[in-house]
Design a protein around this ligand. Structure first.
Ligand code: PGA
Length: 256
């Protein structure tokens, strides 16, 4: 997918939340309140849990620039693995995106850079676009390790096949996720510049070619305006607030 043709990218990460009833609620609310004019050249990606991907796809696909993504995929292919979901399956039901490397999976399931790389590889095999999450913990930040961690995650997670059309990077400081605490906008912008520097070097990019960079961590309708209006930030990855259709529409309408 040519991600570069979109302006802002708003991603809803439902995590382990949602139900058929919530999908119906979104559908009803969006039918009234989701207008092409408001969305413009921006993109909305909704990432529900696996069991709800297919019904989300069939209910939401009609909305302008709205895409569906999964929250994970297996690093392994062609084996009997109870409980895993492959990129083949996600692509079979015509999802376009997959979130990989989220800190909750890194921490709770010990997913390291190597495992995440394998997942990215599998996602690309099936032409899925990747939203790759990176971010430092509170301890790493306190010990001035933030830049090293980000550098390490980018260089050891992203594979050679990543490019500006198939990969979005989401910078999510772990201490900001679900805490209501968010870095100052200047701090986020500084980090975005740093991430671009590393990516430009890694992929030998010319100045007019840029990866799309999102910010995630306690984004809500009140703080999203400032974030989305920054030229250095290409979008947001929203957890908690994305479970409310009203809040999500408010975030999309950041220009009003
Ligand atoms: P939050 O989650 O918006 O609830 O902080 C963001 C995320 O984990 O992607």
């Amino acid at each position: 997918m040519n991600l570069t043709k979109y302006d802002k990218i708003i991603t809803a990460n439902w995590k382990m939340n949602g139900s058929l009833a919530l999908i119906d609620e979104f559908h009803e609310y969006f039918s009234q309140n989701y207008h092409i004019n408001n969305l413009g050249n921006n993109m909305l990606i909704i990432c529900p849990p696996f069991p709800y991907l297919q019904s989300s796809k069939s209910k939401f696909s009609k909305f302008h620039n709205l895409f569906i993504g999964s929250q994970d995929c297996s690093p392994i292919n062609n084996l009997s693995i109870t409980g895993d979901v492959s990129s083949d399956m996600i692509s079979d039901i015509e999802c376009d995106f997959v979130i990989l490397g989220h800190s909750e999976r890194r921490i709770l399931y010990n997913e390291n850079n190597e495992i995440i790389s394998k997942k990215i590889h599998n996602a690309f095999k099936k032409k899925l676009n990747v939203i790759a999450c990176i971010g430092e913990s509170e301890n790493e930040r306190k010990n001035s390790k933030t830049y090293d961690i980000i550098n390490d995650q980018i260089n050891n997670t992203l594979i050679n096949d990543c490019n500006i059309s198939n990969t979005i990077i989401a910078y999510e400081p772990i201490w900001a996720i679900g805490t209501g605490i968010k870095p100052e906008i200047k701090e986020i912008e500084k980090m975005m510049k740093y991430i671009h520097e590393i990516l430009n070097k890694k992929y030998n990019l010319s100045h007019n070619k840029r990866f799309k960079l999102l910010y995630g961590g306690s984004v809500n309708p009140d703080n999203s305006k400032e974030i989305l209006k920054s030229n250095l930030i290409d979008g947001v990855l929203v957890g908690g607030a994305s479970l409310s259709p009203d809040k999500l529409i408010k975030i999309i309408n950041y220009n009003n």
